[in-house]
Design a protein around this ligand. Sequence first.
Ligand SMILES: C[S@@+](CC[C@H](N)C(=O)[O-])C[C@H]1O[C@@H](n2cnc3c(N)ncnc32)[C@H](O)[C@@H]1O
Length: 787
Amino acid sequence: MEVDHASSIEALVQIFQKQKLALQAASERKGELPNDRKPRETLVREHMRSYIQLKSVYVQRRNMIQQSFVPPSYLPSTEPLQALKKLYIKDLKLETHHRGGCMLLRAVTPPTFMTAAVTIMEDEMNDGVVFQLYQQRNDRFRAAEEILRGDLPRAFSPNRYHDDGFVLKGPADSETFIEQVKGVYIVKEPYYKLMNDGNYGMRVDHVSDIIFLSLVDGRVPSCWQIPISESRKIVNELKQEGNLALKAGRMYEAAELYNRALESLPTAEETRIIKLNRSLANLRLGRYDQALEDAGELTAKFQRSEKGFYRAARALYELGKFQESHDALLSLLAVYPNCNEAKEELSRTKLRLTEQHSGYYDFSLMYEGSKLAPPHLDCATYLGPTEIGPSNGRSRGLFVTRDVKVGELLLCEKAFAHCFANTGEGDSASTIKLLLNTHTDRVFLGTQADLVTEIVQKMYRNPSTISAFTSLHHGEYEPAKETEVDGEPVVDSFLVDRIMSLNVFGCPRTSREAHFDTEQKRKEKSYHTCGFFIRASYINHSCYSNARRSFIGDMQIVRAARDLAAGSEIYFTYAGPNPNHTYEEAQKGLKSWGFSCTCTICEHRKATKNGVTRKRADLLKDLMSAFDDSKNPNLPKAEQILSALEKTYSAPAKTVPRLALWVPYSLLTRCYQMQNRHEKTVQMAWKVLESQGFVIKRENPASTSSPFEIEHWGLMNDFLVETWVHLWVAYAHVARGLCDKVEKCARMAYKLCVGEDVTFDETYGRMAREAMFEGVNLGRAFVAMNV
Ligand SMILES: C[S@@+](CC[C@H](N)C(=O)[O-])C[C@H]1O[C@@H](n2cnc3c(N)ncnc32)[C@H](O)[C@@H]1O
C-alpha cells in the first residue's frame, strides 16, 4: 500500500524479458549432469578476483540500485536430517532440487555480499561449487564473513584480524589465503542451477535449509577437524572465551562458545552462569525466544537469580509481552527491592501497558523518536475496539467491536518489521533495491527486499512469532504443512515474499512531514521506506474508505474517518482514489492485490456512460482554463461550469463522492479567501465538503452564518484540512460564534490525516490565528506553502 511498484521504469520490461529468457534456457537443461564443471582451484581464483574487485568498489556500490530477482518458488526442506542421503558435488544435476539428499560442505573463500552471500564451497572429494546463500543480513551483528564461516570463535585463527577476516598472502588471482579454520555446513535438499553468469552453482533461499556446524560437531569429517588443542578445551576455558567475546561485542561467537561449554558437561553452578551469559548474548542478537528460555529456566530452577529475572523480563518486553515482563519485574523487585535497573525497566513497562490498554500515546515523544535513524520507536501496540472476522467475498477483514466516533483511535500498531530508506543517514538505512518477481510479475522499488530478509530472520530467531505472520493472506501460494523439523523452525522465504508483497505498507517517516510536503517531494521520499503491520494487514480496501492510516516512525495509527456502528467493517484505501481515473485505470492500480473493487465509487465509474465521462472531462478542461490567469481568475465562470458539472452526477454525493469536484471547489475557496470575500469562502468550502460526501445540516441553508451540524463525515483527503481552516478563518468574519465548532472540525481533519492533533496549533492553528489577528492573508499563505 502506497509503495513504489516501479511501473514508471521503462527498462523494466526488458529486464523482465531477459530474465524470463534466461530462466527458460536454464529449464531446458533440467536434470543434466554437467560434464564441464570448473575445477575447485579455478572457481576459487575467479571468486577471489571478484571478491577483491567488489571490496575496492564498495563505496560506489552503496549508491547503486541493485536488482534482486525472486526465482521460481520451491518449498523448504521439511525432511528430518536422518532421512536424507548424502550427496557429493559430482552428483548434482542442473535445475534440480535434490529432494531426499543433503550435502556436507566447507567454505573455502571469504564471501562476497550483494543480494546474497556468495562463496566457494568444497566437499570431501575436493570438488568445488559456487554457493549462494540468501536472506542473510550483512550488518553490525554479523558481517558476511561471519555468516559463511558459521559461529566460529575468533580464537581459532589468530591471523583473522585482518580487515576482511582473511590474511591475503599472494596476488589476487592466486591462492591468496592462509589455511585457517573454515565453516562447515550441511545443506538440505540442495538446489543446483545454471546461474545468470553461465556458471553452475548452488542456491539456498530458505534459512532453515542450511545447518551451521560447530567445529567440534561429530558430523564434521575427520579430514576437516580442528586442531586437537581446540577440541580439548574444557568448560571453564570455553566460558572464559565466551565472556571475552561477549565483552568485545562478538555476540554470535559468544553464544557459540557458551553452546559448546554447555555441551562439555558443566557443573550446576557453571550451567547457571553460562546460561545467564548466553541469555545476554541472545538478547543482543534479537533471539528473544532463546534468551527467554535460558533466563526463564534460571528463574524457575535457581529461584533467586536477579539477572535471570531481569533478562527474562527484557526478552518478554522485546517480544511485546508487556504484562508478563511487568510481572517478572515485580517478582524480581520483591526479592531484590534495590535493583535500580529493574525499577527503571518497570516504569518503562508501565508506559507500554498504558499504551496497550488505553491507547494513550505521548505523540510529542514519538516525534522525537522518529528523528532517529532508523525511526524505530519504543511503543506498544493498541488493538483498540477491533476484531478480525469473516468479510463477505474478501476472506477476512477487521471490524469494530462497538460504536465509534469519527477520529477515534482504532489501532496503533508497532511494525512487525520496518526498513528505513533514508540514504543520507549512515549505515542504519536499508538498501533501496529493485525487487523483481518474474513468477508473479510484481516489482518493487524500495526496501522490500531487505524487509523480506528482516522478516525471515526475525521468525527464524524467534519461532514464537511465526504463526501470527504466516496466518496472513498469501494469495494462491501453497506453503509446506510442516512448520518444524528436527526441533528447528522451518521458514519459507517464498511464503514471506508472497505475504510481504500482498500486505506491505509504504511508510513516510511521519505522515505529518508527508502532509506538508509538495506532491513531488512526497513521491521522492515516502515510498521507499516500508513496514509490515500484522493487525493492519487485515484491513480490506475501499476507495470510499471509512478509516485513515498515518505513520510516526514504525508506528501505524488508524483512526475512524466517520462514525461507525458496532460490527462495521473497517476499510482504508490501498491506492488512490484518483479523481481522474476511469474504472479500468482504478482497477489497474489495484491489480497487484488481485481483486477488483466494488465500492460505490468504482461501481459508479463502471456504470457511467462514455458520453458522460467525456462531457465531464470537457467541462473540467474548460473550468480549469478559468484559472489560467492566476492573478485574475474568472471565478464566476468557474462557478457556472461547476454547477453544470454537478448536474452530470445523479447519485447523492454521500453515496458516491464526486471526486472530480474537490480540486476546482478548493481552488475557488482559496481564491475567495485571497480576495477576503468571506461569505463566498464559506459557501465554497461547504461545497468542497459536500462534494466529498459530507452531509451538513444547516438551520437556514441560505445563510452562511446559520448554525450547522455534521451528520456524516465524507471521504477524507489531506487537502480537506486546508478547507476546514479556510472555513474557520472566514467564520471569524461572518459568524464568530461558530468559530470554535469549525476549529474542532479542522483539528479533527488534521488528526485523521497525520494521526494526532497535538501539533495542530503549531501548524494550521498558527496560520489561522495569524490570519485572524495579524491580517495575514490565508489564501496567499497556502499558495506560498506550495502544497
Ligand atoms: C492486506 S490483505 C487484507 C486482508 C485479507 N482479506 C485477509 O483475509 O487476510 C489484502 C487482500 O485482501 C483482499 N481484498 C482486500 N480488499 C478487497 C476488496 N475490496 N475486495 C475484494 N478483496 C479484497 C485481496 O485478496 C487482497 O489481496
